[in-house]
Design a protein around this ligand. Structure first.
Ligand code: NAD
Length: 369
């Protein structure tokens, strides 16, 4: 047997043993490095490792040495597991780190995903995947070349209410799906926020909350859109909206004839998904928050609340972290891979183009990557 083949066979055996070990809960949890100790990375994700079975915090990457030192001390990490953005690439020499979780502003997602893949690490990258189709393709290419998994932080695919709505939709519970409405927004009050600077955000509310609206339209219908028509409304005299859009509204056309009415905005709070079919409806409000989401089914109004639906008993965040850990060990593709982020980014670019040019944009081949 030549060496390449022998390595392949041995690798396969190791993988099988490792997958079995993870499935039986016997393997060491995989180590995550959190890049960006901001609101999400530090405030939301790091506290979730205590709820994980297959994942643990192994390193932090930050531009603030004092903050990084404090966080590391609180979580029992050694000094060698603290990285700056400048020495981040040396993470390749740290065997404690299996996965890098990019929790940076959108405009930095591509750079850190590619650097992580080159350092031999699997990557979980926050939404939006990046700020352009070209960046998404470069990220997928870098992870493929390094033979590492790439997953996007689409936590709603692990959220029990959204999972229940998808189950109802797929099992014909609303009949033939005719319409999905998805609206997401919050009041962006701080004019200095990076979310309002195009170089770091890539765009306005669409790049932020709009991703939830777009995702929901796709995962609720289970279809890929064939056309999009968008309109934008932004008060350009408002100092917050010098560089990016406030409100954008778009209609997706699906092959079945279903329509998706989607909205994102930075000037009102909204968080809702409504799925309508010829036999009934499903409504979620709030739909995609961290907790407290609620779900109703019915024919008219909200006559039957089914909150809380059956779930895995794990938070959406822990389920997401553990999903990538088990995929990394088993070799399976994550259910929300880089290709899924790329599909969204292709549609995002078409939404912006439609709003700019004032016309419907046809999407080729259902946007399948
Ligand atoms: P944040 O501003 O609170 O944190 C960003 C971090 O990046 C900070 O620690 C900051 O110091 C660091 N950083 C490094 N270089 C920077 C630069 N050049 N400019 C600004 N900050 C820089 O932002 P956040 O709310 O934590 O968002 C981070 C990412 O997480 C975004 O991509 C966002 O879309 C995503 N996010 C996802 C969810 C979700 O529910 N999945 C929720 C919030 C944020």
């Amino acid at each position: 047997m030549d060496l390449g083949r022998r390595e392949l066979v041995l690798g396969g055996l190791a993988l099988t043993a490792a997958s079995r070990a993870v499935a039986q809960g016997r393997s060491r949890p995989l180590g995550y490095a959190i890049v960006g100790l901001g609101y999400y990375g530090l405030g939301v994700i790091i506290p979730q490792f205590k709820n994980c079975e297959h994942s643990r915090l192994a390193a932090v990457v930050s531009g603030d040495p004092a903050k990084a030192k404090k966080v590391a001390a609180e979580h029992g990490l050694p000094a060698r597991s603290i990285y700056s953005y400048a020495n981040f690439d040396t993470i390749r020499d740290n065997p404690d780190v299996d996965i890098v979780y990019v929790c940076l502003p959108n405009g930095l997602h591509a750079e850190y995903t590619i650097r992580a893949a080159r350092a031999g690490k699997h990557v979980l990258c926050e939404k939006p995947m990046a700020v352009s189709v070209a960046e998404c393709e470069a990220m997928i290419g870098a992870c493929k070349r390094a033979n590492r998994k790439l997953m996007i932080g689409y936590r709603c695919h692990f959220e029990p209410n959204n999972l229940e709505a998808m189950r109802i939709a797929r099992s014909g519970g609303v009949g033939r799906i005719r319409y999905v409405r998805s609206e997401h927004g919050f009041v962006q009050g701080d004019p200095s926020a990076w979310r309002l600077k195009r170089a770091l955000s890539g765009g306005g509310s669409l790049m932020d909350m709009g991703i939830y609206s777009l995702q929901a339209a796709r995962y609720m219908t289970g279809e890929e859109p064939i056309a999009v028509t968008a309109r934008e409304s932004t008060d350009r005299k408002d100092p917050r909206f010098k560089e990016v859009e406030d409100m954008i509204d778009w209609t997706l056309e699906f092959p079945s004839g279903a329509l998706g009415g989607c909205l994102s905005m930075y000037s009102a709070n909204q968080n809702r998904i409504l799925l309508m079919g010829d036999k009934g409806r499903v409504e979620l409000e709030p739909a995609t928050r961290y907790d407290g989401n609620r779900i109703w089914t019915g024919k008219d109004g909200r006559e039957q609340e089914v909150t809380p639906p059956p779930g895995p008993g794990k938070t959406q965040f822990a389920a997401q972290l553990d999903h990538l850990s088990t995929c990394a060990v088993s070799g399976r593709e994550p259910i929300v891979s880089g290709e899924e982020g790329l599909r969204d980014m292709r549609i995002v670019e078409a939404i912006y183009r439609s709003a700019r040019e004032g016309r419907t944009i046809r999407l080729t081949s259902g946007q399948r990557a």
